[in-house]
Design a protein around this ligand. Structure first.
Ligand code: M6R
Length: 590
């Protein structure tokens, strides 16, 4: 999953493409590149590494037609050669997605004498367009697309032509309309402040952009009109302000994510109740952090509604032939609303007759378009690859869903409970000193997160966050499972972080803490349970206290602590927490 953007109009395309790519870098940062046409020539600039590496190379480039790409490598290692755009003859192409049948297509082209320069799947697209081009770029793209299997958003330009041809399937593509200029991009952020109106292309659509026109065609190549929508990305502040990293800025926004999600939820409350009338079972799904939020949500549905609730990672759900009836609600949770596995899981659930609820921070995404009900997460744009405020926003949204459907006191007190925990989260973020523990984690050979019940759900997230941004290995485990295997990993160079926010289960965790210190491990306890400190073994030197809160919402407070811990550990180790190696923010491929 990469970010792509295109521009055609009176301004300098080099500047427009560069700005667009900077805003899309969260989709991948293994390499970046751009291609421009002008004076009958094609100019191509590309480099391994982050988008900023293009800046000196763009130099004097003046053009009015360009396409750009920021890459998250799938086929072919990150390198200059594998960077997009890919060129064949006079054609340059950028691609987001995966061409599943590229090997077969490539073999055919090689046989006919075509020489490939890169190891990517995308290069076949450039060669095919070049092969079919006879003066009409869009027609050549159409012929090419007919041969491709997989997912793609493609932009193509041709030396000597003042136009951009685009198409998409299972990968997002947006057109932005300007005055005497037009844009295209894989995502709205690229168009922030650039135009007032956009069109989201549908699967199989083609479009041809000139500076004064945009013609859209459907899969049968009939000219069609697709609706225009306001460009909501215009007013979004994507700057880092005075913060050293987006991750820190976004952790500080955790309290707002909870409060704003509460405010946004009011508009969907009645619709949700109505849609749930006949539901007797829920399945919660998502990937990564969103899946960890699903684990928390499951407990809300079970405890508040006494309703059977299951969880499944979206990548498993879609391939396990799930049993779904008409009385099942599938809650698909996704910050971006574009994660391929989650979108496809929701599509499958819908095909099998389930009620599909999208819980998402992105209000104009694929997930939103196929859901029956959209429960908004109002965390605001999240730029750091590691999910932080979107996770707490997702938990708030799931709490609101379950409390609303449960009715009674839970329903009546739900907004108050969330405001209260948000205020406490402010204090936690301000007062928690995690620096000593971060130093310990940075030196450890492994850091393990342990907890029971909701604390276990958070242990999984704490572990994911730490490894994602600091590369310190570790795992999240149910505290009760420690003695059934992972204890073998505990010695004086490993750290065990216990999350203990449930009074009733605290005593059960104390045993596990004891087991860790007995084996020489370094134990850290994050807790808001009274009296626990006196009961912990003397060797536990590191206790991070959080305020007492609602049993079901304490997880939000402890989440802020594990996020801060991951962030600090990454900075101790000089990692870039905003752009961890090998990762991207939006995983739009399988
Ligand atoms: O956009 P989504 O919420 O669907 O993304 C799902 C995961 O890719 C994401 O949560 C990932 O695990 C994060 N980088 C974790 O911090």
């Amino acid at each position: 999953m990469c970010g792509i953007t295109g521009y055609i109009g009176g301004k300098n395309a080099a500047k427009e493409i560069y700005e667009g790519l900077r805003r899309l870098e969260y989709r991948g940062y293994d390499s970046a590149g751009a291609a421009f046409t002008g004076g009958g020539k094609l100019t191509v600039i590309k480099r391994e590494g982050k988008v900023e590496k293009l800046l000196p190379l763009l130099g004097e480039t003046v053009s009015h037609v360009g396409i750009g790409h920021t890459r998250w490598a799938t086929h072919g290692a990150p390198s200059d050669i594998n960077a997009h755009p890919h060129v064949a003859g006079d054609i340059a192409v950028v691609h987001n997605g995966i061409i599943e049948n590229y090997a077969k297509l490539k073999a055919g082209l090689v046989e006919s004498g075509v020489k490939f320069l890169s190891d990517t799947d995308s290069e076949v697209i450039a060669h095919l367009i070049n092969k079919y081009y006879s003066g009409d770029l869009l027609a050549a793209l159409q012929k090419t697309a007919g041969l491709l299997e997989g997912s793609y958003a493609i932009m193509a330009i041709c030396a000597g032509e003042d136009r951009i041809a685009v198409t998409c399937k299972k990968s997002p593509l947006i057109i932005g309309y300007g005055n005497g200029e037009n844009y295209c991009a894989s995502d709205e952020p690229a168009l922030a402040g650039k135009c007032d109106e956009i069109t989201v292309l549908e699967d199989g659509d083609f479009a041809e952009l000139t500076s004064t026109s945009v013609n859209v065609y459907n899969g049968d190549f009939r000219r069609i009109m697709r609706g225009r929508e306001p460009n909501l990305a215009v007013s979004v502040d994507l700057t880092m302000g005075d913060y050293p990293h987006y991750m820190l800025k976004e952790i500080l926004e955790v309290p707002q994510s909870v409060v704003r999600t509460g405010t946004a939820f009011a508009s969907v409350e009645e619709k949700l109740k109505d849609a749930f009338k006949d539901v007797d079972r829920v399945i919660l799904t998502g990937c990564g952090t969103a899946y960890h939020a699903a684990l928390v949500g499951k407990r809300y549905f079970e405890s508040f509604l006494k309703m059977p609730a299951e969880t499944e990672t979206a990548g498993e759900f879609r391939y396990k032939n799930p049993v779904i009836g008409g009385r099942t609600a599938v809650l698909a949770i996704s910050q971006s609303g574009e994660t391929a596995d989650t979108v496809e899981a929701a599509r499958l659930a819908r095909e099998r007759g389930a009620l599909v609820i999208a819980v998402t921070n992105s209000h104009r995404s694929q997930l939103v378009r196929l859901a029956d009900v959209v429960v908004p997460v109002a965390a605001g744009p999240e730029i750091c690859v590691a999910a932080t405020k979107s996770y707490t926003g997702q938990i708030a949204a799931l709490y609101l869903c379950a409390a609303t459907l449960a009715g009674g006191e839970l329903n009546e007190g739900k907004y108050r409970a969330l405001s209260h925990v948000a205020a406490l989260a402010e204090k936690v973020i301000k007062n928690s000193d995690v620096s000593t523990v971060a130093n310990m984690c940075s030196r450890s050979r492994g850091t393990y997160f342990l907890g029971r019940d909701l604390d276990y759900a958070l242990a999984l997230e704490g572990s994911l966050k730490l490894k994602e941004v600091s590369y310190v290995p570790g795992e999240g485990y149910p505290a009760g499972e420690l003695k059934h295997g992972p204890l073998a990993l505990i010695y004086n160079r490993t750290v065990a972080v216990f999350i203990i926010t449930d009074k009733e289960l605290a005593v059960k965790c104390e045993n596990a803490v004891e087991q860790v210190v007995t084996r020489g491990g370094k134990a850290v306890v994050i807790t808001n349970v009274d009296g626990i400190v006196s009961k912990l073994p003397k060797k536990v030197k590191h206790v991070i206290r959080i305020p007492k809160a609602d049993k079901y919402l304490s997880v939000i407070l402890a989440a802020a602590v594990v996020q801060l811990l991951a962030y600090r550990t990454a900075t101790v180790l000089n990692r870039d927490p905003d752009k961890p190696r090998n990762l991207a923010k939006s995983v739009t491929v399988e």
